[in-house]
Design a protein around this ligand. Structure first.
Ligand code: APR
Length: 311
């Protein structure tokens, strides 16, 4: 099974490393526009193999898309971060342009691939990818909620002082500080609702920490995080390649689900060999639905920029 990761930056390379280390794919291609970067990172990852004991073959390429031929999954992490003085609109324009060229180039060589979009602003870039590619909605999946949910589980486990693997928690809504919706009412420790175990102040604190989870890391690191995003992408790819049908919150096209349509937003999805296999409709309470609706409005506002760019 072959996965191509476009963008060999922090997230792309980490995702490739996790996929190799866990032997999720037999072949991984890292591709970047920066001369030699993907080759160097691929070589470094391959030199882990004797110690980490994997036989996944990782190759790097500077912009030669023929190396990506016949990929089962294409992960798009290529993009630029927002630079000082750059408006949100300029960022969307630049990254949409990058996503466009990547989709066109990869589709040529891998017409049957499933696309996982990671480039920010995520929900808008995933919509762009769908529009540009003209693919069926099951083949374009945005990775956002998987990462936000793992951050939610981390903060829950810290506050509860319980093992992180014994925590369940899900974040839906937009993949942004103000648009995501950590579903505290559904979170549990070994099936025990966390709302029975934490005060409302503690619950609020966890929700807030989750929502600014990415920004907190950026403050520490001086750039956005990569271990969490890389692992979240790899887990999503694993569910596709092995048809595991895991329920993972992903940014996908709504067509009436949750009362909305014509946008990509995070909702629980069953992910298998066809990519998006089913959207799971949770029963949200009134306050959750209201927050979800606000998230929809915010994403649609951002998406307007895309309409200006893509027509
Ligand atoms: N084709 C291929 N690669 C490209 C292109 C392009 N047209 N344009 C940019 N790139 C590459 C850059 O050279 C860089 O190596 O994309 C890579 C992006 O890597 P980083 O800047 O390290 O960004 P990273 O932290 O990996 O984040 C990638 O994921 O979470 C999101 O907001 C984040 O949009 C960003 C993306």
């Amino acid at each position: 099974m072959k996965v191509s990761v476009i963008g060999a930056g922090n997230v792309g390379a980490t995702c490739a490393e996790v996929m190799a280390n866990r032997q999720i794919a037999s072949q991984v291609v890292l591709l970047d526009i920066a001369e030699g970067l993907a080759e160097g990172k691929a070589m470094d990852i391959m030199q882990c193999a004797p110690n980490s004991k994997f036989d996944t073959v990782v190759k790097g390429s500077t912009n030669d898309y023929s190396t990506t031929a016949n990929s089962d999954v294409v992960v798009i992490t290529s993009g630029i971060p927002r630079k000082p003085g750059m408006t949100r609109e300029e960022l969307i324009g630049t990254n949409a342009g990058i996503v466009k060229s990547v989709i066109e180039n990869t589709l040529k060589y891998s017409p049957n691939a499933i696309f996982v979009i990671v480039t920010n602003p995520l929900d808008t870039m995933a919509l762009a990818a769908l529009k540009i590619s003209g693919l069926a909605k099951n083949r374009v999946i945005g990775m956002g909620g998987a990462l936000d949910s793992s951050r939610f589980k981390y903060f829950l486990s810290q506050k509860l002082n319980k093992p992180i693997l014994e925590i369940e928690g899900m974040v839906i809504g937009g993949h942004g500080d103000t648009t995501m919706l950590p579903l505290i009412n559904l979170a549990s420790y070994k099936g025990v609702p966390v709302t029975d175990l934490l005060t409302s102040e503690e619950q609020e604190e966890i929700i807030k920490s989750t929502m600014v989870g990415g920004a907190t890391l950026t403050k520490y690191l001086g750039t956005s995080a990569w271990y969490g995003p890389g692992a979240a992408v790899a887990n999503l790819v694993d569910s596709i390649l092995y048809d595991r049908k895991k329920m993972i919150p992903c940014s996908v096209l709504l067509e009436g689900e949750y009362g909305h349509q014509d946008l990509f937003i995070g909702v629980p999805c069953i992910i298998g060999k066809n990519g998006l296999e089913e959207i799971v409709e949770l029963k949200l309470n009134a306050s959750e639905q209201e927050k979800f609706n606000s998230s929809v409005e915010a994403i649609k506002e951002t998406n307007k920029e895309l309409t200006n760019i893509l027509g």
